[in-house]
Design a protein around this ligand. Structure first.
Ligand code: FA5
Length: 340
């Protein structure tokens, strides 16, 4: 009997050493430990035939062998896990039910900004960017608005640092002079971006909103070029006939200046809180770049002229999707945002 136990042990340890994968491991484990037909189970059954005086010794030997085989199997299993084939190691059960993540989407203002960028790129315009924390110089001075100028009062400003004259830009127009200084003339660019004003909010006014600045400088640029570009912009976005009107405006950095208004698409021109009952919404002030601004940008006004516009991007999105309150766009309510 003792000899049989030793034989089983030698055979088991040899077989365990030769195991190459988890299937073989499982087979060997069953061969020795299966409750009914396992070699060790048989061995323990046979113990009852051993004479009583030898039984404790043989029993102890059988238990020791059982423990040795078990621990050899454990060691083999962990080495299989560490060194197993890549297939075994990286196994993923693709049939498992996994939680599905909902994908988000771009904000409607971003979607329209990207559409506008495509329209302008097709006309040879660059897409530029500028700092939201801007200097008083670029936001006002270089746009012909010195400290004493009453035009400053039309853009209620968040001043950040009086000493360094830093502020949150009130419009995208500061990028006009920045772009001129960087690229010179001729120049075609648009600048989509976020702007900030200390506004009392209502259906059509936010303290944080988006504009898209446009600038074109070349030889002999006139109002005709400006109107052609605006038509392209509006038909590209609305893809339907919209009523617009051009009226005289005033901005110190363009001369002459105009206001382009769009007939309110929320009420069809009848009057509502968005258009303040007037039937028209201010959308896009514009004009020919003032010679002083060209000089600030390092461009000779005797050789070049240009036009500029400042599209109210958030208002354009309101008109496009007939959104009757501007505050919905920044509210973060998914029931609203998921409609786009
Ligand atoms: C300006 O900001 C000028 N920089 C535009 C400009 C550029 C004129 C180039 C000439 C040449 P204004 O303050 O009117 O202008 O704003 C431009 C547009 O931004 C408005 O027509 C309107 O559509 C939008 N807008 C202005 N204030 C708000 C506000 N509080 N909330 C939402 N949209 C606004």
């Amino acid at each position: 009997m003792e000899l049989d136990i030793k034989k089983i042990k030698d055979q088991a340890l040899k077989e365990i050493e030769g195991i190459k994968n988890s299937e073989e491991w499982e087979q060997i484990k069953n061969k020795y430990f299966s409750r009914k037909s396992g070699e060790l189970a048989k061995l323990l059954k046979d113990l009852k035939d051993v004479s009583e005086d030898l039984r404790p010794k043989v029993g102890a030997l059988a238990n020791q062998v059982k423990t040795e085989i078990e621990s050899a199997l454990d060691i083999k299993l962990s080495s299989l896990k560490n060194n197993g084939s890549a297939l075994e190691r990286d196994f993923i059960d693709v049939t498992l039910n996994v939680e599905k993540y909902k994908l988000g989407h771009l904000h409607p203002v971003t979607q329209i900004a990207m559409e506008l960028e495509d329209i302008f790129k097709s006309m040879g315009f660059m897409i530029l960017d500028g700092p939201e924390l801007e200097s008083d110089y670029y936001n006002f001075e270089a746009l012909n608005i010195p400290t004493w100028h009453p035009a400053r009062d039309t853009q209620d400003t968040f001043y950040i640092d009086a000493k360094d004259k830093l502020l949150l830009r009130t419009h995208t127009s500061p990028v006009q002079v920045r772009a001129m200084q960087k690229y010179g003339a001729p120049l075609r660019c648009v600048v989509p971006g976020r702007v900030f004003r200390n506004e009392a909010t209502d259906a059509s006014h936010e303290h944080t909103f988006y504009q898209l600045e446009g600038l074109m400088i070349d030889k002999d640029i006139s109002i005709t070029n400006l109107i052609a570009v605006m038509k392209e912009l509006l038909s590209g976005i609305f893809k339907e006939e919209v009523n617009v009107r051009l009226r005289p405006g005033y901005f110190p950095f363009v001369e002459p200046a105009f206001e382009l208004d769009i007939q309110c698409l929320i009420c069809g021109g009848k009057g509502c809180p968005v258009c303040k009952q007037s039937g028209w919404v201010e959308l896009m002030p514009c004009g020919l770049v003032h010679p002083s601004v060209l000089k600030y940008g390092g461009i000779d006004p005797k050789k070049y002229s240009g036009f500029a516009f400042g599209l109210g991007l958030t208002r354009l999105v309101m008109m496009k999707y007939k959104i009757d309150d501007i505050r919905l766009l920044q509210g973060g309510d998914l029931r609203f945002l998921n409609q786009f």
